[in-house]
Structures are given as structure tokens and as C-alpha cells.
Design a protein around this ligand. Structure first.
Ligand code: 3QA
Length: 228
């Protein structure tokens, strides 16, 4: 088993890199990939850069070039559900693209022919995450994560995403990782800790809580690796 651990921003993977042994850095496709081991388990770590296109590229390379057969995403997200406060953890049971729109042809938001509105993450990995949360006495919400190439700092847009996709949190990479892993048949899951509430304070909150929330997510991911 070789596990890919992916984030979008440097802050999201730095707490993980700090814990790896024997790191080997490879430059490929204009990005850095870090092969190493965590408590004896082979892992490959990378941050993609922000957004769906970069995330798609990085997830594909982690699988196709580095031979990873599991993919875990760790990072931060904007909350939609009122239950989620800054620092809280959510795992995606399903992921959708809120900015995908060919509704002019009568299709639902988030859908293109031969695709699906919502892609499910791996049930076994989700169960491991729940077990780890229980052991640690942490609350872990399970729900739908909506992805799009927009930083949402607007309550109206947030409400629209909530209503349209029944989403609990939003970010900018998860659904593209889901598309890649689903197509290549690689078990994956997406974990996020809340950094903001996607409202008019989101920019400020994000800057304030990016580092602390990214660390919460990264620590949880490493406990999951231990449990796999
Ligand atoms: C936002 C990051 C992107 O990778 C998606 C954080 C947290 N809150 C969000 C929100 N809307 C959408 N996504 C999120 N991540 C990048 S913009 C800031 C870049 O600063 C999740 C996320 N409300 C870089 C310094 O200039």
C-alpha cells in the first residue's frame, strides 16, 4: 500500500511533512512531490495549488506516476452547515461541483453527460475516520462537500449552494480529486477542518484560522494513516 496525502496549499501539508522520515523530493510537472515514510508506511505528499484544475493534475500524478493506491486529502473548508464551527472536522460522503452548469440544456446543476452530480468517497476509509474520531473523542461530521473555482465570501451564494446540493461545507478541490480517483478506481477520502463560514467575514477568518485549522486536519489524517 502506498498512500497519497494531498493538500491544496503549503500550510495544508507542512504539518504532515514535519512528521515524515527519509523525505525524497521530486520536481515533476511544475510541482514538488515528497516521498517518505510515516511510522513505516510509504506515503507521497504534495500540495496542488488552489483550484480544481491544479488538484486534478496533482491527484492524477500521485496515482499514475507515483503509484499511490489510496488518496487522502487534508485541508480547510468554508462551513455551510450551522453545526460546523471554526476548527471542526468534516469528511465528505459525497462531493459535487457547484460551478458546473449546463442547465441551459435541461440538466441539473453539477451534472454533465456520463458524469454524476455527486461522487461518493470510500466507505472503508470513512469508517476508519469515524473510529479514529471516537478514539480521540473528537466530533467528526459526515456530509456533502461542494467544490468550485471560487472563494465564497458571500451569504447568498453560500445559501444557493446549500439549497442546490444539500452541502455542509465548501472548498475548491475535493470534487476534482473525487473525479480522478473514481475514474482510476482508487479509494479516497476528503477531510477538511473549518477555517471560515463562507460569509462576508470569510476572507478575514480564513487568514486568521488557515494555519490552526490546517493543522487540526493534518493531525487527524496522520492518525488515520496509523489506523490503516
Ligand atoms: C482558498 C483555499 C482553497 O484551496 C480552497 C482554501 C476555505 N474557505 C473557503 C471558502 N470558499 C472556498 N474555499 C474555501 N480552500 C484560497 S483563497 C486564499 C489564498 O490566499 C478551502 C476553503 N470560503 C493566498 C494568499 O494570497
Amino acid at each position: 500500500m502506498k498512500i497519497a496525502i494531498m493538500g491544496a496549499m503549503p500550510e495544508e501539508i507542512e504539518p504532515i511533512l514535519d512528521k515524515l522520515d527519509n523525505i525524497k523530493e521530486t520536481l515533476y510537472a511544475a510541482n514538488r512531490y515528497y516521498e517518505g515514510s510515516y511510522n513505516g508506511q510509504d506515503v507521497v505528499v504534495a500540495y496542488s495549488k488552489i483550484g480544481k484544475v491544479f488538484a486534478t493534475l496533482t491527484a492524477t500524478i500521485l496515482i499514475e506516476k507515483f503509484g499511490c493506491d489510496r488518496l487522502l486529502f487534508s485541508g480547510v473548508a468554508g462551513a455551510i452547515s450551522d453545526e460546523l464551527k471554526i476548527g471542526d472536522l468534516i469528511i465528505a460522503d459525497g462531493l459535487c461541483q457547484h460551478d458546473l452548469d449546463i442547465t441551459a440544456f435541461g440538466h441539473p446543476f453539477g451534472y454533465v453527460p456520463e458524469g454524476e452530480v455527486c461522487i461518493s468517497s470510500d466507505i472503508q476509509l470513512r469508517n476508519i475516520a469515524k473510529k479514529v474520531a471516537k478514539q480521540k473523542g473528537l466530533t467528526l461530521k459526515e456530509g456533502i462537500i461542494a467544490t468550485g473555482d471560487q472563494f465564497i465570501a458571500n451569504s447568498e451564494r453560500k445559501e444557493w449552494i446549500k439549497k442546490t446540493f444539500k452541502a455542509d461545507a465548501l472548498e475548491m478541490e475535493g470534487a476534482s480529486v473525487a473525479v480522478v480517483c473514481n475514474a482510476l478506481d482508487i479509494p479516497f477520502f476528503i477531510l477538511r477542518a473549518i477555517s471560515d463560514s463562507a460569509d462576508m467575514d470569510a476572507g478575514f477568518d480564513f487568514d486568521t484560522f488557515l494555519e490552526s485549522s490546517a493543522k487540526i486536519s493534518a493531525d487527524f489524517i496522520l492518525s488515520i494513516v496509523d489506523e490503516m
